[in-house]
Design a binder for this molecule. Sequence first.
Ligand code: BG6
Length: 470
Amino acid sequence: MTKKTIEFPSNFFWGASSSAYQVEGASLTNGKGPSSQDTKVLPEGTADLTVSVDHYHRYKEDIALMAEMGFKSYRFSISWSRVLPNGKGEVNQEGLDFYSNLIDECIKHNIEPIVTMFHFDMPAALDNLGSWGNRDSVQWFVDYAKLLFETYGDRVKYWLTINEQNMLTLVGNVIGTLRVPEGTENVTKEIYQQNHHMLVAQAKAMELCHQLLPDAKIAPAPNIAIAYAASKKPEDALAAQNANAIRNWLYLDMAVYGKYNNLVWTWLADQDALPDIVEGDFESLANAKPDFLGINYYNTLTVREYEAQDGYEVEFKSQQENSGLENMFLGVDNEFLPKTEFGWEIDPIGFRATLREIYSRYHLPILITENGLGAYDELTEDGKIHDDYRINYLRTHIEQMKLAIGDGVEMLGYNPWSAIDLISTHEGIRKRYGFIYVDRDDESVGSLQRYRKDSFFWYQGVIANNGQDL
Ligand code: BG6
């Protein structure tokens, strides 16, 4: 049976993404307070965040390049400590003006600004007060959200709360955000207490957004990737359910229904790690409703039944690699999937499967807020970057997204990672994702000049024909 031609909606948000600390630079100047990213110890051989790719000073040039590609949207984040250097209290007007100008620049080019409120960069001053482990963090975030809604709400219609809260919880050590007080006896409890505070903070921010800005839309932006069972063994199917609950559904169940996933709740209870709940929390969680779901997708995971093994390190290793969780599941390689140069599996069909699963569970429109390939790129002598591998990755994922639309999944847009080369979370700028190449290396050397990659021209064509020819 031949299916009808599938088309992307005419108002589909084709664009791309970035985050403040990974592109801006000017991280300790212009009135900005340091964030957890500025105080973390950078892995050796990683480019300097004080310059990053200097988007702070070159945003006009960058937005013009995005406009040249035909972007309909640009997803970027606001650095909390740029607008509130201490995380609360005194405002940095220069920081507020920077984002105001950035938003205006997008609008000038008919690019919809999609704003992430928090992307891995807690103000260092709040880190010193215990970060998300402090119950006051709920109020800190709500006050910060209010400032953003009041300052930019006249122009920003799409908001994202917390980027990849599931990765902050599962691999905060890898991305440099984990803060656990010395001497903490039950680390799991501490981490899931922090997670609970983030969930309540997010719920209150969503509610506030709806009160203050009735026309705006707001969503969470977790990193969702379904877990496959490694075999047809029933125990492996249970392990996949465990992995899906802990990595994925906890976050979306909370954002959409305000309810703890039962598998996660019982897993935490077994470890005496249930979070302390304050009266009113469940009410706040139940009252808050996202308008859509922001989803970051890179690849799936494959798991089997847990068995203790000598010398086997059980943990999530990076956002997209895992070795498992004690008593719950063990991660295994999937022999059907190739890997990137940085060891992440590539699974476009898993993208379709993930989209189907999310939509059938939550029935909310989906905005892809990240998807992309980190690779070593080479700048040729004549100023070109032949990144056919990236084009191939993006093409196959867009094809599967299109098939998901044919499956009845409601899609709002596609904002892959990343608009421009940037500093990766823990593997430097050598791991490049952008459509726009930046001359900068991990020794922090380079002119910072921008170059159009082959993928730039390819994506320009995709946007121009609304995804019909890939
Ligand atoms: C996501 C993050 O986890 O993946 C981004 O939201 C990050 O901030 C992206 O850069 C790619 O990961 P990495 O580790 O290659 O930078």
